[in-house]
Structures are given as C-alpha cells and as structure tokens.
Design a protein around this ligand. Sequence first.
Ligand code: NI
Length: 167
Amino acid sequence: MAILDILIYPDPRLHEVAAPVDTVDDNIRKLVDDMAETMYAAPGIGLAAAQVNERKRIIVVDISESKDSLKIFINPQIISAEGSEESEEGCLSVPDIYAPVSRAEKIRVRALDRNGDSFELDADGLLAVCIQHEIDHLDGKVFVDYLSRLKQDRIRKKLSKFQRQSA
Ligand code: NI
C-alpha cells in the first residue's frame, strides 16, 4: 500500500468530473487500498479518488472513532434523499478551513463494493454528510464552492500562502 499525494484547493484538477469505473479489478482494489491508507494517515474521515488525482468514481469513508469501519463506494449514486441539515464541514484538500454547508439529512446510496457487487446503504447524520461531500468531489465540486464569493476568495488567498510556505 502507499500514501498518495492529496491535491490542495484551489488546484484546478479538483474541479474535473470523474468517470465511472467499468470493471472492479485488482488495479481498482489497489487504488482503494491506497486511498484508505492515505485517508487514515491524513487523518480524515473520507476521501475521493479525485483528491489523489485519479478521475475515477471511487470514495472511501470511515467515520468511526476506532477507524475500523471502512466503507468503500465505487460508482456511488444517491438514489433518494430527504430533509436538510446544516453542519460544519472540512476537507483534506482544504486544510484548516471549516464552514457550514447544507446537505440532505438522510440518503440512500447505491454503489459497487470492492468485489464489484452492487449494494445499497441508508445513511444519516455525519455518515450522510460525508458521503454527499465525497460524491461532490467526483463531480468536480469542493465544499468551498457552496460558500459566498467573498469567503471563497479569502480561502483561496489563505491556502495559496499556505502552499508557498510549505513549498
Ligand atoms: Ni473533501
């Protein structure tokens, strides 16, 4: 397994749309394992392939405290959603920035697992927020895009400075 580099906002590659996975083979399983390792090392509770510069519709999520409940979603689709709730979000691609975003409160998601088998899952609370946040990445969307233009400008400025310092 390997820890992959995470793209940092405002990297334009974060705004590209990912393509569906045709076949869940060993290459895909290796990417999934690397993504999980990268997420745990960060540490984070979710990661989309787009964030590690892979334009494939894959996300990994683990919201457990014990970090032993990895959920893998390949070609995830939200098939139903209800309610709406606002909560504070952050993102491994937007370090040290947190802002409130409104999302559906409950969702039902359909995806393929690491064997390529289809499954459905009902999610609410943090898990629902996290899945919606990660699926957004696959559509080239970062949570910052939901904020006001003024806030987006501030975040862009702050992170450009952050990247100059770490370079
Ligand atoms: Ni994110």
